[in-house]
Design a protein. Structure first.
Ligand SMILES: *Cc1c(COP(=O)(O)O)cnc(C)c1O
Length: 413
């Protein structure tokens, strides 16, 4: 194999984020496993355990009065997360919150932003969007009395491809501008790893007054965003992938603050959207918070917020610009080693991307996948023939990238 491991080790020494690896429990590390599936479930920050146990102890000791304890009272526990969330997506603090799960939040925000009428009722979405997003839009369309077959417009890659041409996205928006009631884009696309130009796409949607939302499940903690300045109407994300907040952890959401003043936007309401000052007075009339947290319904899971706190500390220390820079180096290194050493591998992911590479293998993909499992390399297989590999800048190394490519290049079939 060309290149060599000493070069990889040198890159690790020069990596400004190299000390962050030690802040995580890396799965199956005792077996020597290389974990390249952080795009599906990020590993556990060591502090997450301490923070969760801390709150479990408070629960045992204090019960109900835990809501009012001096140290991070549960009733305000989510306050700690707003600044880091805002930093991750490029928004004001009053534009973000943590609640429910991603798909639930997508539904809740579609209640507000998908307002179809008989002329404008269509939704534009990628044809290879994540299953849950497709089920969500289909069911919303039906809920409003329309037929998904008619109402859903899919952005389809060219024959045999998985990625979309950016101009084609813009042309499609232009073409259907009088019929679209909503645009929903996954950024990054979960399957191809393609990222999209949020600013340009949003500017066009804004020009035609079409509400636009982004699913940032594969974006937050991976790419940098300026949702507020770009004029994005809403976004949702999960926190257990690149954000390492734990399986099934609370979802994140963003709504542009221009919508806060608009009294005509409907939303579903609950007591945790009520102003904090009067929330526990249980008054008959809802007094919305002055932030998009007025969309919150229920009291959030404290243990999930506790693990999220551990993760957000890491992101605040590492900072997104550095994470993206190291991420580009790691993923670029993976791509160039694959191109040099693995002629049967095709990298599908274009250069506008985050840390994940999607690969197609000209041969028995399932066989290659099983071989990698045996060699203790964790990647994932999207059947029939896509392998997804993510060297994540917070905890993976150049040496791991080198070893993974070396192992792939030794596979014979
Ligand atoms: C991971 C992911 C989801 C998962 O949805 P949950 O509601 O968190 O279970 C949804 N959409 C996309 C695009 C994803 O990548």
């Amino acid at each position: 194999m060309k290149n060599n491991i000493d070069h990889a080790r040198k890159l690790d020494l020069e990596n400004p984020l190299r000390d962050f690896r030690n802040k995580f429990f890396l799965p199956k590390q005792d077996l020597g496993t290389i974990y390249f599936t952080g795009h599906s479930l990020g590993p556990m920050p060591k502090l997450a355990k301490d923070y969760v146990v801390e709150e479990l102890d408070y629960w045992a000791k204090l019960g109900l009065s835990g809501h009012y304890k001096e140290d991070r009272p549960w009733k305000n526990y989510d306050d700690n997360l707003l600044a880091p969330f805002a930093g991750l997506v490029g928004s004001l603090e009053k534009e973000v919150g943590a609640m429910n799960g991603l798909t639930v939040n997508l539904h809740l925000l579609m209640v507000s932003f998908y307002r179809p009428n008989s002329k404008k009722f269509k939704i534009l979405i990628e044809n290879n969007a994540f299953s849950s997003d497709q089920y969500a839009v289909d069911s919303q369309v039906r809920f409003h009395g329309f037929d998904p077959k008619e109402a859903i417009i899919e952005l389809c890659p060219k024959e045999g491809k998985l990625t979309l041409d950016e101009n084609y996205i813009l042309e499609t928006i232009e073409k259907y501008k009088d019929e679209l009631a909503l645009i929903l884009i996954g950024n990054v696309n979960y399957l191809s790893g393609q990222a999209f130009d949020v600013k340009t796409i949003t500017a066009l949607a804004n020009k035609f007054n079409i509400p636009i939302g982004f699913d940032l499940a594969h974006g937050t903690g991976n790419l940098e965003f300026d949702l507020h300045d770009d004029g994005v109407d809403f976004a949702v994300w999960c926190t257990y992938k690149y954000l390492n907040c734990g399986p099934g952890s609370l979802g994140g959401f963003y709504i542009h603050d221009k919508h806060l003043k608009n009294k005509n936007i409907p939303r579903f309401e609950g007591w945790f959207g009520n102003k904090k000052e009067t929330r526990f007075l249980m008054n008959r009339d809802f007094e919305p918070m002055d932030s998009v947290q007025s969309w919150q319904l229920s009291n959030p899971g404290i243990f999930q917020l506790a693990s999220m706190r551990a993760s957000m500390e890491i992101f605040e220390q590492a900072t997104m610009p550095k994470i993206r820079k190291v991420g580009d180096q790691l993923t670029g290194y993976l791509e160039s080693l694959l191109k040099e050493n693995c002629p049967k591998i095709e990298v599908i992911t274009p250069s506008r991307r985050g840390s994940m590479l999607s690969l197609k293998y000209q041969g028995d993909t399932e066989g290659l996948f099983n071989y990698l499992v045996k060699k203790k390399i964790e990647v994932d297989l999207r059947r029939p023939n896509i392998l997804r590999l993510t060297p994540a800048p917070l905890y993976n190394t150049f040496e791991e990238v080198f070893k993974v490519v070396e192992i792939i290049s030794n596979y014979k079939s």
